[in-house]
Ligand binder design. Structure first.
Ligand SMILES: C[S@@+](CC[C@H](N)C(=O)[O-])C[C@H]1O[C@@H](n2cnc3c(N)ncnc32)[C@H](O)[C@@H]1O
Length: 233
């Protein structure tokens, strides 16, 4: 009974997903910014391990960290001496990154980036940044813009949440709204956020439409995250 109460507290199956828009999502992100960033920095070591296969594929050039949030990924790259730029649309997130001493931050919407075509050797869309963007068209527009700024001999590294990580997970809705509960303390958001889980096939199809043609899968089918490298050529 407790599990059902807990699930219904965090997941709203009744709310209309289609009415959930970018504006609602961005005010949710502003509300959770400081708690979310604290939670991400607390698992910096795990994130660093997750990124190892991506970094080992990197050889030269500048990395774009799209949806940099509190800048934890940028801190890992900058510590390794890799030139990287972090972009986020939410100023509150960038303020958290600045408080951590992170440099090379740009506030911009990822669908209209202030960068030339093909300028980045690697684009990171990591830490489930695609899934929380409401609307298929908005996600497609972001992937298309990321393809534009990816070098023809570069790649996009993406991680989302895996829809088929377990039989129970597979039975649950792949789109839902939820209240954010901080991992660092008992704080729970008042506003709801949106999230979408993916299968490998769904993600690959969206990436193909955006102009990525070859894929290398980094995670196993039972892993909670689904991560892959997507190459234009
Ligand atoms: C789930 S967080 C991930 C943060 C970071 N990548 C990490 O792993 O800790 C997603 C971030 O993407 C940002 N974001 C969402 N849509 C965006 C867009 N269209 N352009 C730029 N940033 C965006 C959000 O503000 C948020 O900081």
């Amino acid at each position: 009974m407790k599990i059902i109460q807990l699930l219904s507290h965090f997941f709203s199956f009744s709310q209309s997903i289609s009415s959930f828009n970018l504006e609602k999502q961005r005010s949710f992100i502003k509300e959770i910014a400081s708690h979310y960033c604290k939670d991400r920095w607390a698992v910096r070591e795990n994130i660093s391990k997750e990124l190892e296969p991506v970094i080992s594929e990197y050889s030269k050039g500048i990395i774009l960290d799209l949806g940099t949030g509190g800048g934890v990924i940028l801190s890992i790259l900058q510590e390794k001496g890799i030139p990287a730029v972090g972009v986020d649309v939410v100023g509150e997130m960038l303020k958290e990154a600045q408080l951590k001493g992170i440099r090379s931050l740009v506030q911009s919407d990822g669908v209209k980036l202030p960068f030339e075509d093909g300028i980045f050797s690697v684009v990171l869309l990591w830490g489930n940044t695609l899934g929380p963007i409401p609307g298929e068209d908005n996600r497609a527009a972001l992937l298309q813009e990321l393809r534009r700024v990816t070098s023809p001999d570069g790649f996009l590294a993406i991680s989302v949440l895996n829809r088929f990580s377990s039989p129970l997970r597979a039975l649950m809705p792949h789109e839902y709204t939820f209240l954010y509960k901080s991992r660092s303390n008992d704080w729970i958001s008042k506003a709801r956020g949106y999230n979408r889980y993916y299968s490998f096939g769904e993600l690959k199809r969206q990436l193909k439409v955006a102009g990525f043609n070859n894929f290398y899968r980094l995670t196993k089918s039972s892993d909670s995250s689904l991560a892959l490298l997507a190459y234009p050529n």
